[in-house]
Write a protein that binds this ligand. Structure first.
Ligand code: ZN
Length: 331
């Protein structure tokens, strides 16, 4: 199964490489070189999950060590993804919000309909990963006071966007990039959709034009959950694959310190192996989690020229190791 998973990942990366056309370096111009002090970008993806495009997108983000926030449609989440899939998205360091149960225009719904649309979507998320989203995005961006109040009563803040390249409307990649380049700045929230193939070449072009070693692609602060670790732990039972997350990366002199957590329900006492894998397969570098399931991995003499990809060892090997994402170290 581990091999199967890796093969799927490699196929995903190859497919993204083959399918996407590199063509837009000419758009770099002065926008990207006019550096802002705040270099954080928030990529957001609505309307997923898609059985093919979402995994390809996740592979593309990992290739660049980029994090993003996903606003899946609740009913699609239930139909298309199991608990492990949504846990895997969180394992990689992404965040999740609420985008209603089946994409109704909430500003036109009756009050009971709005409440159902928002609540039911959070219910399915909580069932899968142990917590309800703390943020939501109204379908079509359409909201009124009642929608905002209902969301607030369910513990969610509304998230809009500042950049909309209109790929949902079948724009060309060139038009989309022209739109993005003009509006790209620290703090930008970019509206994209993981149900579209077109989104993949646009994201590839964004990451080429605004590379992740100069710009920081992060999850939206309002969508993060401080209690994520404990809430997710509570959803795991014996036989489940491990879960975990890299929480912070610090640089102290010439050492990068990766801190995070990892949990295997078959070994609740801790001692779970965390190791580096991926492009260079440096599996010799590894560390174990402590009794609180936390880890601290220090990388000193590695020549880090690509995102660092981390895994949790599934000792039982009844299923597969757990991928906890690729992350950009500090230079
Ligand atoms: Zn939508």
């Amino acid at each position: 199964m581990e091999l199967h998973n890796r093969v799927k990942r490699v196929i995903g990366l190859v497919a993204v490489g083959i399918l996407l056309v590199p063509a837009f370096s000419f758009l770099l111009g002065s926008s990207a070189s006019g550096l802002e002090s705040n270099k954080t970008i928030y990529l957001t993806f609505d309307d997923g999950p898609h059985p093919i495009f979402t995994p390809l997108l996740l592979a593309l983000l990992d290739e660049n060590g980029a994090k993003a926030t996903f606003f899946p449609i609740g009913s699609r989440l239930e139909e298309r993804w199991g608990n492990d899939d949504l846990q895997a998205l969180l394992n990689r360091g992404h965040a999740i919000g609420n985008h209603s149960w089946n994409h109704r225009d909430l500003s036109k719904e009756k009050e009971i309909g709005t409440k159902f649309q928002l609540d039911q979507s959070s219910v399915i998320t909580e069932k899968m990963v142990g917590f309800r989203p703390s943020c939501f995005r109204a379908p079509f961006g359409e909201k009124n006071q009642y929608v905002l109040e209902t969301a607030s009563s369910l513990g969610m803040k509304h998230i809009g966007w500042t950049v909309d390249p209109q790929e949902w409307n079948d724009t060309s990649i060139e038009e989309a990039m022209n739109h993005i380049v003009k509006r790209f700045a620290g703090g930008a929230i970019v509206l994209l959709h993981d149900r579209r193939f077109l989104t993949l070449p646009i994201v590839r072009e964004i990451l080429r034009t605004f590379p992740s070693d100069k710009w920081s692609y992060e999850t939206l602060p309002d969508c993060r959950n401080d209690e994520e670790k404990n809430l997710r732990l509570s959803t795991r039972t014996a036989g489940d694959v491990p879960i975990g997350k890299v929480v912070d990366i610090k640089k102290v002199e010439s050492t990068n310190i990766f801190t995070g957590w990892g949990y295997d329900p078959d070994h609740p006492e801790g001692g779970l192996k965390v190791f580096i894998g991926g492009r260079n397969d440096q599996e010799s570098i590894s560390i174990e989690t402590d009794s609180q399931h936390n880890f601290k991995l220090e990388i000193t003499d590695l020549e880090i020229d690509a995102p660092v990809c981390l895994w949790l060892k599934n000792e039982g090997l009844s299923r597969h190791n757990t991928f906890i994402g690729c992350h950009n170290a500090h230079k």
